[in-house]
Design a protein. Structure first.
Ligand SMILES: C[S@@+](CC[C@H](N)C(=O)[O-])C[C@H]1O[C@@H](n2cnc3c(N)ncnc32)[C@H](O)[C@@H]1O
Length: 298
């Protein structure tokens, strides 16, 4: 555990996913961060345009990772506001804390805390709850979304981004299709999974049902398709596709057998994505997210 605040214990049902995010997925996210974070910057700014954080307001960032968005929230609310980044992974939070300090964000404007959102007991102190891809991994999403609502003042807003269904993001679905030519999902595996996974909120009825059951009102789901930057060149794109996402998970869950096929799979991905290569050498695919708004009843 890192030093600093720990808001409650990890829910037993989340232990596996929290461990995965604090070990192998942390390392892979960090290594490929330029791609993962860069690719999501445009839709993140779209969300902030649609739902601007209130100047001087207090924000909470759920599953904040390295805290880029927490720093952005602190910037948007200004010197009179505050942004708290929370994540269940101590390693992400340790980095987030260091980076915010190095960036010179005033300590009174930003804070970080290790918390499993499903068990956190936040009080109604925040005007704005934000998450970018941090709410899909809960074993019990309704209690988790209820805890997040509990962090909001009456009338406060939840604003978040999550993937739509996997098949709607061409590059995720096609990458998995390529890997499936070599591997199938094993019936048993030792690797820790990341719980229900990145596409668990892709179905709009499920997403709306979870938010409604958690007590949110004025639920808005905005469908957004965008160009997804997969890498500055083919090697960067293939590395990132083999690090995180449905294709990468198939390799990881296959353990040594998966690793033994990695180079053949990488070659097949290079071949597949050659047609997507831009004149500058970068690889750009299409992706699909929900930009979600919901309100804690006044
Ligand atoms: C896909 S990453 C997104 C990170 C960051 N929001 C970003 O956009 O760069 C998912 C994040 O959710 C965090 N996470 C997973 N389960 C969580 C839980 N139960 N409570 C809080 N955070 C969680 C992970 O540790 C990870 O940092």
């Amino acid at each position: 555990m890192s030093d600093g605040l720990q808001a409650g214990a990890v829910a037993p049902a989340n232990e596996e996913a929290v461990r995965a995010w604090d070990t192998v997925l942390y390392e892979r996210w960090k290594q490929n961060r330029k791609v993962f974070v860069g690719a999501l910057t445009e839709v993140t700014e779209d969300l902030f345009d649609r739902f601007p954080p209130p100047p001087g307001g207090r924000c909470i960032d759920i599953g904040c990772g390295f805290g880029e968005t927490t720093q952005r929230l602190a910037e948007l609310v200004g010197a009179d506001g505050f942004a708290l980044g929370t994540d269940s992974s101590p390693r992400f939070i340790e980095d987030a804390r260091l980076e915010a300090a190095e960036s010179g964000v005033a300590p009174e404007n930003i804070g970080f805390e290790v918390a499993d959102a499903q068990t956190a007991e936040w009080g109604p102190e925040y005007d704005y709850a934000f998450s970018r891809m941090g709410t899909q991994f809960f074993a019990a999403p309704v209690p988790a979304m209820r805890a997040i609502r509990g962090a909001l003042k009456p009338g406060g807003g939840l604003r978040k981004i999550c993937w739509r269904r996997k098949g709607e993001s061409q590059f995720w679905a096609e990458t998995e299709g390529v890997v499936e030519r070599f591997l199938t999902r094993p019936a048993e595996y030792d690797a820790d999974t990341c719980g229900p996974g990145p596409f668990s909120l892709g179905n709009p009825e499920t997403l709306e049902g979870i938010l409604t059951a958690a007590g949110f009102e004025e639920i808005e789901l905005h469908s957004r398709d965008f160009d997804y930057f997969m890498g500055g060149d083919m090697e960067e794109a293939v590395d990132s596709l083999l690090a995180i996402g449905p294709g990468a998970e198939l390799i990881r869950l296959n353990g040594e057998h998966g690793e033994s096929r990695r180079e053949e799979i990488a070659e097949a991905l290079r071949e597949h994505y050659r047609q997507w290569q831009q004149p500058d050498g970068s690889i750009v695919g299409r992706a699909a997210v929900w930009i979600v708004g919901a309100t804690n009843p006044a």
